[in-house]
Design a protein around this ligand. Sequence first.
Ligand code: GUN
Ligand code: ZN
Length: 450
Amino acid sequence: MKAYRASLLYFDPVSEGQAHARFESDGLLVVGPDVRGVHVVQAVGAYQQLRDQYVGVSTTHFPGRILAPGFVDMHVHYPQTNVIGSPADGLLPWLENHTFPEEQRFEAPDYCADAASFFVDELLRNGVTTALTFATSHPESVHALFSAAQRSHLRLMTGLCLMDRNAPAQVLNRSTNDSSADATEQSLIVSEALIQRWHGKGRLGYAITPRFAPSCSDAQLAGAGVLAAKYPEVWIQSHVAENKDEIAWARRLFPHSRSYLATYADFGLMRPRSVYAHCIHFDDDDRALMRDTGAAAAVCPTSNLFLGSGFFDYAGADRVGCSYGLASDVGGGTSFSPFHTMLAAYYVAREGQSKQGLSLTPQQLWWQHTAGAAQAMGLDGVVGNLLPGCEADFVVLNPQATPLLARKTARAANLDELLFAMVVLGDDRLIERTVISQSDAPIQQRTDGR
Ligand code: GUN
Ligand code: ZN
């Protein structure tokens, strides 16, 4: 058992969509192994109240620092680290001119290994401790990322990118010489083998990953749906309703579905633990479909602003009751920093505010990138918070990290002002350290899918 004394930021256990932050200016966070040997929070609260129960427990004191839950990134592409900041006239030319040429390099195992270890380090440097991540269509890209995440004990979900049409051959799924299966069948066979190899190993999870409907044949989406039904505890990730040209294309390819989003439901790809990035151009029937199937939206504000895709409709999502959380979407997104993402989400909601009267509070923004994102992905009570039982992933924030941060945070009159100062001025310099839950047990197959 170990204890940490510092200011503490965490969230009340709440029902759907709520965000109520708790702040202890002089707090104690006690961490120790649970029955599985995984280090979880044992106690959290005021130092004066808890100290007598934990005398003798080795305690690290972080004066002037704030401990907060590790951030949860609901949608990020590890093969796109080098693509950040590549301008284009919208999503489809950006994919063609910048993204596919970079992703084709992931055919080489060494390239994958180097990119994966840089990516994992960058997540941790920015305080991200859980990530639902795209790889490429090359199986080696998936192995490389799982291996890097395993070495760092990161909680990470990824999977083979399914794309068997409408892109250059070098980034499409391929059949192997020693198999009679075609590329589509092979992509599904490999996905299942990867589920068996990686899902539930320590903190790793598999995500069935059709890139987006326009890059997948009917047969591939149908096969992905079969896998999703066979393995209900694995995640599903894809993109939807990001860009007007993309939507028109998806509607031409799948004219029988009610909407672009409904295409995924028609192939059995909407259920709890399915996460759809963007979800911008929705109607209320789409929002109801998200709600009724238990799917979640990954809101990607820096990406949507950079590519000019549009503005996530927070008021619409709240009115209908579908769940969502925040995501960097690197490399359409411009930053790994959750602070940049939260600030961009604030801008997006302000834009919407002129139409819907909505303005996000800093507590809501922070919750959407921690406990709220965890809840949306089916990891409520597992990550994203510092309540007892949560895995002990946390960041050590230094509110004095820059002269301006020090000046602003010192003048904060209440919790919202303190959080807003960090949301607006924060970046990787605010993250003094990222602490990841350790496991005393050897990494083993778990059966609960977590
Ligand atoms: N739609 C299909 N692929 C992608 C991708 O890599 N990034 C984004 N932002 N949208 C996509
Ligand atoms: Zn994406």
